[in-house]
Design a protein around this ligand. Sequence first.
Ligand code: ADE
Length: 268
Amino acid sequence: MKINILTLFPNMIKGGLSESIIARAQYEGRVTLNVYNYRDFSNNNRRAVDDAPYGGGAGLVMQVEPVKNALQVIDPKHHSHIIYVTPKGQPLTQERVKLLAESEHLTILCGHYEGVDQRIIDNLVDEEISIGDYVLTGGELAAMVIVDAVVRMRRGVLGSDRSVEEESFENNLLEYPHYTRPENYDGQKVPEVLLSGNHKKIKEWRYSQQLKITKERRPDLFKKHLQSLYSCKKKSELRRVLRCLDAVGLIAEAPTHWIKFSNYKRKK
Ligand code: ADE
């Protein structure tokens, strides 16, 4: 996979993506990151890339020319999917991240303090993405967030034993809690079930915890998760879900027809 990033602050991006898993992914050739400075594509000898906004107002606006010149050099046939990072974009989700990770070639345009000429967005950009409902000083951190989230989804990047199936947002659930040694830390014990060696019970405990934490923190996702099970016709599967809801006091959240259909006997 190849990712181009255009920015006024290349060192910020290079520094931010030169450690840990993303650095290893680059070293192993799983991703090639090319970082370009807009100023290198300016037509004037001051290397300026911005000018005052038409209509007045504070600050400077990024001009079309340097962006167009840069794209003409780095992706002249527009083979890459071109993203502009902006708080006005569509919110980034794990679902979108997975789709972006299927692409072989992305280009990310980082915003300028005050914004970019709208004609860049209208004519050169395929998609506008926001990383959340808050405003950053520039698009660099947003671009790094996208690269990190996308690259870790590529095959081999997390290592063969690492499953992404149980992490947050899979199946509209947040992740269950983890514990490691010591078994007893200052009187706080690791839940017994995790020491039992009973894999079925551990799996159900973890699922129960996912249901509980998701209901508490993200009722919107919890609702979606239950909705995804509406068409489930497997009685044993529904009983498992009901058992796990019951274990964390959430049985009332299940549709009553699930209980009847699957012959589930409620916990006493
Ligand atoms: N640039 C500034 N704020 C941003 C945000 N929230 N998402 C994407 N790009 C941005």
